[in-house]
Design a protein around this ligand. Structure first.
Ligand code: RNT
Ligand code: ZN
Length: 408
């Protein structure tokens, strides 16, 4: 028996005394998918216009060495990161990670051909894919106005991009035997006071109607809200209320909540049940907001723990889809991809290791003192020993991966 397994046996007994079956937890923990974003590996450069600056109110700051110099290095680095992430992993890619095979086509014209390598890669690695249209970082367009652009020609370009992307999502879903979530986020918004906030929202509604017109069997669309971005400090048409209403009224998409896209004191996890109460699904971008930035590497913090606790409390694994989203160029990018994804799953483990039925019972009985006492005692239980064993049985390095980390 390895040390890790022996430690696990001790932890297992301790959790059993608290009414938690750790073997069942480990089984479930391995199954719940986390959709790992592909863009931390290269600061969201992609392969289309890799040298261009990012637009659309987002920014990767930092200058760590190790940016992949070409496609091969990119995939090699992504593979290294995936090897460090235990549990069922999906990969979320952006349309700019396409391969045009030398063709001169715009984002409005892309199709499955530009992504065959990704499907091959996914099959080889045994992962599923999720997708994101890229309504930003385009040298010919100002990303502050895409699906809400008053210019019909420009707006149509982006509508066509949205349509093309969900067909690619449908292709991924068909090829890989699981629905692909295609997440639509636009950086549209305004730096300063807006007098007419309604017109952009009416235009956005119309654009989405056009994008989502055709039903697709293997694709689920999601719309990601945001409260503000760089250059869109005063107004963002694609707010949480807007997409929530759009999803509820049309049934054409689900809502994506990015943990960094709300007011600093709002907690994302506490919102889920309002959607679950109506039978709605949600997509998540697990991220970490710090001051103005919504995209620091995920860590084990209260906000992420609450997100996972809310999923576990209602067994909402099939209704709330977990994905990560951050880009920090100041760190070793392979490690950053692994750290955030591991921490997201560690938070899921911490949530699963709570005696949820007992806590709910105490709550029903109005025994709030015992509820609080139990919640607090659970926080110092040996979850790390369960995590180490999880990594071992998943064939993924535990803490020892840190030893091999050379780059700053
Ligand atoms: C931006 C959104 C969006 C992007 C990715 C790259 O604020 O969070 O999800 O981070 O599409
Ligand atoms: Zn996001």
């Amino acid at each position: 028996m390895s040390n890790v397994e022996r430690n696990y046996q001790i932890a297992k007994e301790m959790y059993a005394e608290m009414g938690v079956d750790t073997d069942a937890v480990l089984k479930k923990l391995a199954e719940v998918p986390i959709s790992v974003h592909c863009w931390q590996i290269d600061d969201l450069h992609g392969f289309e216009f890799p040298a261009e600056a990012m637009t659309g109110g987002i920014q990767a700051t930092g200058n760590a060495p190790g940016l992949p110099k070409d496609r091969d290095e990119y995939f090699a680095n992504l593979s290294k990161a995936l090897k460090l992430i235990p549990g069922t992993t999906r990969v979320a890619i952006h349309s700019t990670y396409m391969n045009k095979h030398g063709k001169n086509i715009g984002r409005n014209e892309i199709g499955p051909e530009e992504f065959v390598e990704w499907v091959d890669y996914a099959k080889e690695k045994g992962v599923k894919l999720d997708f994101n249209p890229t309504y930003f970082s385009h040298p010919d367009f100002d990303a502050s106005s895409t699906l809400t652009n008053p210019d019909e020609g420009i707006r149509n370009y982006w509508i066509q991009h949205g349509i093309a992307c969900r067909k690619i999502g449908d292709y991924f879903g068909r090829e890989l035997g699981t629905k692909c979530i295609t997440n639509h986020w636009i950086g549209d918004g305004s730096k300063d006071t807006v007098v007419d906030k309604l017109t952009p929202r009416l235009i956005l509604k119309d654009s989405l109607d056009k994008i989502f017109a055709e039903p697709l069997e293997h694709n689920v669309d999601a719309c990601e809200s945001k409260v503000f971005g760089i250059g869109s400090e005063s107004y963002v048409p694609g707010s949480n209320e807007f997409y929530t209403e759009y999803a509820a009224h049309t049934g054409k998409c689900i809502v994506t909540m990015d943990a960094g896209h709300f007011h600093p004191t709002e907690s994302v996890g506490s919102k889920f049940t309002s959607y679950l109460a109506f039978g709605d699904e949600l997509m998540l971008h697990v991220s970490r907001p710090v001051r103005w930035d919504s995209d620091h590497v995920v860590i084990i913090d209260d906000a992420t723990r609450e997100i996972m606790e809310e999923i576990v409390s209602y067994d909402a694994y099939d209704r709330i889809h977990i994905g990560t989203d951050y880009f920090d160029a100041s760190l070793n990018r392979i490690a950053a991809t692994a750290i955030g994804s591991r921490s997201a799953r560690k938070c899921l483990l911490l949530a699963m290791l709570r005696p949820v039925d007992e806590l709910k019972k105490l709550e029903r009985e109005g025994n709030y003192t015992k509820r609080l006492a139990l919640l607090e005692e659970m926080k110092t239980m040996p979850a790390g020993l369960v995590w180490d064993y999880f990594c071992e049985i998943q064939g993924v390095p535990g803490k020892e991966w840190i030893r091999d980390l050379s780059t700053k």
